[in-house]
Design a protein around this ligand. Structure first.
Ligand code: PLP
Length: 396
């Protein structure tokens, strides 16, 4: 028995079965490579769902985290600390907005955006008490809290968790007329993924985000842009919504904001929106802690340099061109170093075969494989991994 298989027995026995992981047990990682408990190396083509955009143990981020570990890690928001003001200022500047509300997990960021939109609706827009609605899209994924799964149309995510939180209206993704039809005077926000990650890296029809931006402005409704997976370089820009030159009212950031080291999320907006909060009305013990802020500041500094976004755009275009040549693929979706391979067959056997070939990628839904290598991947490494993808598809 290998060390990995012994460890897997422990996970199978004692962890709740909320995931169906590939049978690999990772013990170490560096850059785009991970090593399992028995010393086998794999190229990581998932990047923890884009939380590891800057590579495993990115040296700049690890150095900054270690430095902060030796200073102060947690004080709660009951006190200010020397990383907090700079972090919220630098992140607000990156987003071109005034204010930041830091949280931890992505789902908390989404919950915060929902609370912000409702409160703004009642206090600024003048929506009658408890009447606020938020428009969401079919195929959405925004996290796992009770409220968020209330408006998920994925049966596995949704079923048997009721009673569900009301106040959400679902329309087809990319259908601007449906959004318009669903809006009324009590609509406070439209919550949108600029590219739907979990649904299969689905890019909306050209012009949709721009039309949505115009409609939200016209109707005095907040455009809430969930960039948790699509943003921070993944789709080739700092924010995925930039591919249509769209600036939302609220950004929700997460995943890569924590540099692959810890959960860091945030809602970023202007004062006329985030200004609705007064002391005691929202909070988090860990949100905006010194270690998170120190890491987040280094992430923002890296994004300000723009090299990861450029690399994602350039190498991503190359990756998409290569993927389009593969047989067994119905179509390829995505942007930048981010692709959904929509197969003409079940995806799980392909991701299992890829693992044997030394590439870790994960299926999303039945017939789609998501490719999302760390943005630090070299062209040689990408070529090698695409060669394995070609082999895996050719054999099945
Ligand atoms: C992952 C994800 C979330 C939830 O983030 P967690 O950190 O897992 O809570 C929300 N929205 C999108 C688009 C995501 O991909």
């Amino acid at each position: 028995m290998t060390i990995s298989s012994e460890l897997r027995t422990l996970s199978d026995e004692h962890a709740a079965h909320t995931y169906h992981p590939l049978p690999v047990v990772i013990a170490e990682a560096e850059g785009v490579w991970v090593t399992d408990a028995d010393g086998r190396r794999y190229l990581d083509m998932l990047s923890a769902y884009s939380a590891v955009n800057f590579g495993h143990r990115n040296p700049r981020l690890v150095a900054r985290a270690k430095e902060q570990l030796d200073r102060v890690t947690l004080v709660s928001r009951a006190f200010d600390h020397d990383q907090f003001g700079p972090f919220v200022t630098e992140l607000a500047q990156l987003c071109g907005k005034d204010m930041v509300l830091p949280m931890n997990s992505g789902a908390e960021g989404v919950e915060t955006a929902i609370k912000t939109a409702r409160k703004w609706g009642y206090e600024v827009k003048g929506v009658p008490a408890d009447q606020a609605n938020i428009i969401v899209f079919a195929g959405n994924f925004h996290g796992r809290t009770t409220t968020i799964i209330s408006f998920s149309d994925d049966p596995e995510a949704h079923e048997h968790y009721g009673p569900y939180t009301p106040g959400f209206r679902t329309v087809p993704y990319g259908d601007i007329d449906a959004v318009r039809a669903a809006m009324d005077g009590s609509t406070v926000g439209v919550l949108v993924e600029p590219i739907q990650g979990e649904a299969g890296v689905n890019v909306p029809p050209r012009g949709f985000l721009r039309a949505l931006r115009e409609l939200c402005t016209e109707a005095n409704v907040l455009m809430i842009d969930d960039e948790i997976q699509a943003g921070l370089g993944r789709a080739g820009d700092t924010f995925a919504a930039q591919f249509e030159d769209v600036v939302p009212d609220l950004y929700i950031l997460g995943k890569a904001l924590g540099g692959g080291i810890m959960p860091v999320s945030a809602v970023v907006a202007n004062r006329d929106v985030l200004g609705v909060f007064q002391p005691g009305q929202h909070g988090s013990t860990f949100g905006g802690n010194p270690l998170a802020c120190a890491i987040g500041r280094e992430v923002v500094a890296m994004l300000n340099e723009g090299t990861h976004q450029r690399h994602s755009k350039e190498l991503g275009a190359y990756m998409h061109a290569r993927l389009a040549e593969l047989s067994g693929v119905s179509y390829v979706s995505g942007r930048g170093l981010w692709a959904g391979l929509h197969l003409d067959r079940k995806a799980r056997p392909i991701s299992e075969r890829l693992m044997e070939l030394g590439v870790l990628a994960k299926e999303t839904h039945e017939t789609t494989i998501r490719l999302a290598p760390p943005l630090t991947i070299t062209r040689e490494e990408l070529d090698w991994s695409l060669e394995q993808v070609r082999t895996a598809l050719g054999e099945h």
